[in-house]
Design a binder for this molecule. Structure first.
Ligand SMILES: *[C@@H]1O[C@H](CO)[C@@H](O)[C@H](O)[C@H]1NC(C)=O
Ligand SMILES: *[C@@H]1O[C@H](CO)[C@@H](O)[C@H](O)[C@H]1NC(C)=O
Length: 365
């Protein structure tokens, strides 16, 4: 009798502590706010010297990685921009200012089919100068510009500094760490070695899915990130900011889908091949050749299919990355469902990622 009693107490204790632990995990996840995930300075163990000025309405970020300090800038209304150290917002630069005040350095920092990106200078500030490559992409260039303009309220989108329609030019904030596809080479540099942790890499993965979530569920509708036919192309749409976060920089190929009215998307007019793209993006008929008119459309779930490959690449091959991969196995298997409808939403994935993040964060500290 005594033995049974003991067993009962022991089992109850285990059950209760397990429940409390599980509950505390969920609570932690619920209270994990944006900043918590974004830049875990405590975790990386850095010492920030704070240089807070007494201006109101400032957006301040830790920029240890390049500048060794916190930098602030005012938050701006649409039509205005600000860079680190600005005391007030400046209206977007227009044709005349661009022609007269922007100095070219001639250094090419990025290029795609639609536009080239050069490093330029305006009043001592580095900015990105983007111009059209060939006239045949004029529409895409201006569509991309309109998208960037209409998404300026979002922290997920690169900041517009100015544009000139008649010259086919737009200016964007310059991010010296460049695009997301450089992540492994950035983190493998000696200077950045203290950032090369699995948790920081995982934070970037969470941010990546948060950006997709913004594109899929934003106030303006559901958009599919179409510039994503291979891993490199997908990663190169995002820029790494110097507070170790991400922004989306290229919105040239961002079709809208609307489930209610049955509007689907297609990424280009050519046949897509390979295992990186989602199965529904492949030509479905074996017995006939590809014909764009007969190619069925698809939706934002193509982005979900690609998430495991992106995350796998960003987690890299460092201590702890396999343990994180193991925890993500189940959700990633769901992302690879052949039937698009069965794949999880970005929000489901973010929830699971944050749970895993907080688990690894807790076991480390
Ligand atoms: C942090 O940096 C400041 C300024 O460089 C220094 O005075 C302070 O001792 C440092 N604190 C720690 C805990 O290292
Ligand atoms: C784009 O800008 C660069 C740098 O000023 C310039 O050299 C190049 O000729 C421009 N390209 C076009 C197509 O205007």
């Amino acid at each position: 009798m005594k033995l049974i009693w003991r067993y009962a107490v022991a089992t109850a204790t285990v059950l209760i502590s397990y429940t409390i632990w599980k509950l505390s995990m969920y609570l932690r996840v619920l209270t994990l706010d944006e900043n918590h995930i974004k830049y875990d300075k405590q975790l990386i163990g850095l010492n920030f010297s704070t240089v807070l000025a007494d201006w109101s309405n400032l957006d301040c970020r830790e920029k240890e990685i390049l500048l060794g300090k916190q930098m602030c800038r005012p938050e701006c209304k649409p039509g205005y921009f600000s860079l680190d150290g600005f005391r007030e917002c400046h209206p977007w630069l227009m044709c005349e200012e661009i022609r007269e005040e922007v100095k070219q350095t001639g250094e090419l920092v990025g290029s795609g089919a639609v536009k080239q990106v050069y490093l330029a200078e305006w009043k001592g500030y580095q900015i990105a100068y983007c111009n059209l490559t060939t006239a045949s992409y004029k529409d895409d260039f201006h569509h991309g510009l309109e998208m960037i303009k209409s998404f300026q309220h979002s922290e997920f989108v690169v900041q517009l500094v100015g544009y000139c329609h008649s010259d086919d030019v737009m200016l964007l904030e310059y991010h010296p760490l460049k695009s997301f596809d450089n992540m492994n080479s950035i983190l493998s540099q000696e200077t950045f070695s203290h950032f090369n942790t699995v948790l920081l890499r995982f934070q970037l993965c969470i941010r990546y899915v948060e950006i997709l979530n913004f594109l899929h569920t934003g106030p303006l509708g559901t958009y599919v990130m179409c510039d994503s036919n291979d891993l490199f192309k997908t990663l190169s749409q995002y820029l790494v900011t110097d507070d170790m976060s991400l922004v989306v920089a290229d919105l040239d190929a961002l079709p809208n889908v609307d489930h209610k009215s049955g509007i689907t998307a297609k990424c280009g007019h050519r046949e897509l091949i390979g295992r990186f793209v989602a199965p529904e993006q492949l030509w479905p008929y074996d017995d006939t050749d590809f014909n764009d008119d007969n190619m069925p459309g698809y939706d934002e779930k193509t982005d979900i299919w690609k998430i495991p490959d992106v995350v796998d690449f960003i987690l890299g091959d460092i201590p702890g990355s396999d343990a994180v991969r193991f925890h993500l196995f189940k959700i990633h298997r769901k992302c690879k469902e052949v039937v698009a409808k069965l794949r999880p939403s970005t929000l489901d994935i973010i929830k699971e990622y944050k749970l895993t993040y907080s688990y690894f964060r807790n076991t480390r500290s």
